[in-house]
Design a protein around this ligand. Structure first.
Ligand SMILES: N[C@@H](CCC(=O)N[C@@H](CS)C(=O)NCC(=O)O)C(=O)O
Length: 197
């Protein structure tokens, strides 16, 4: 059994590295960078989109960080995989939510913090969109420690990994106290620290 993960922790590859540390599975790391490495011809054969992360799992080549994580969590099971079909549906819902509702505006705000020339109108729109999305998440977390109930699952890992950009973007989450507390619980996990290296 062999799993190769292409990418570096300072990129969306951290999402997959966090998961494999949670799962405690062996893997080989190929540190393809997002500053040119992912566009090299050899890597373009692995992921023709030219992005990291990608994996090769015993010959199954996959890209898309969140899809990779849903696959690996289901394959390896354990505490992170939802226990029934309804919870699996919710994990899919929140995973898709993270990249359709939250990732875009979070990335805009992160890039702005990194001095990208983003117009104020786009920053305002991203701030409003992200704020509205986080209100939805805040409601879903009311009275619960984690998205599917009392245990940390792949749903939490995928969403928190996307929202880990919020602190780097200096986005104030105080209007969403459930999100703030939950994000602290998720991002404080030792497996994430280990993945960051
Ligand atoms: N939707 C993809 C996005 C992957 C992506 O855009 N990765 C960035 C790094 S975080 C990248 O490879 N950038 C380099 C490039 O596009 O050349 C995923 O979640 O895996």
């Amino acid at each position: 059994m062999s799993l190769t993960i292409y990418g570096i922790p300072q990129s969306r590859t951290i999402r997959v590295l966090w998961l494999v540390k949670e799962l405690g599975i062996d893997y080989k790391s190929v540190p393809i960078t997002n500053t040119g490495g992912s566009r090299e011809p050899d890597f373009m054969k692995i992921n023709p989109n030219g992005h990291i992360p990608a994996i090769d799992d015993d010959g199954l080549i996959m890209c898309e960080s969140i899809a990779i994580n849903l696959y690996l969590a289901k394959k390896h099971g354990g505490a992170l995989q939802p226990k029934n079909l309804a919870d699996e549906g919710r994990a899919l819902q929140w995973s898709f939510w993270s990249v359709t509702e939250a990732e875009g505006p979070a990335l805009t705000l992160l890039m702005k913090r990194m001095k990208a020339p983003i117009p104020d109108s786009e920053v305002e729109a991203a701030t409003a969109k992200l704020g509205a999305a986080l209100k939805v998440l805040d409601g879903a977390l009311a009275g619960k420690d984690y998205l599917l109930g009392s245990a940390f699952t792949i749903a939490d890992l995928n969403v928190a990994a996307v929202l880990s950009w919020l602190s780097m973007a200096k986005f104030d989450t105080s209007a969403c106290p459930n999100v703030t507390a939950w994000l602290g619980r998720c991002l404080g996990r030792p497996a994430l620290a280990a993945a960051r290296g």
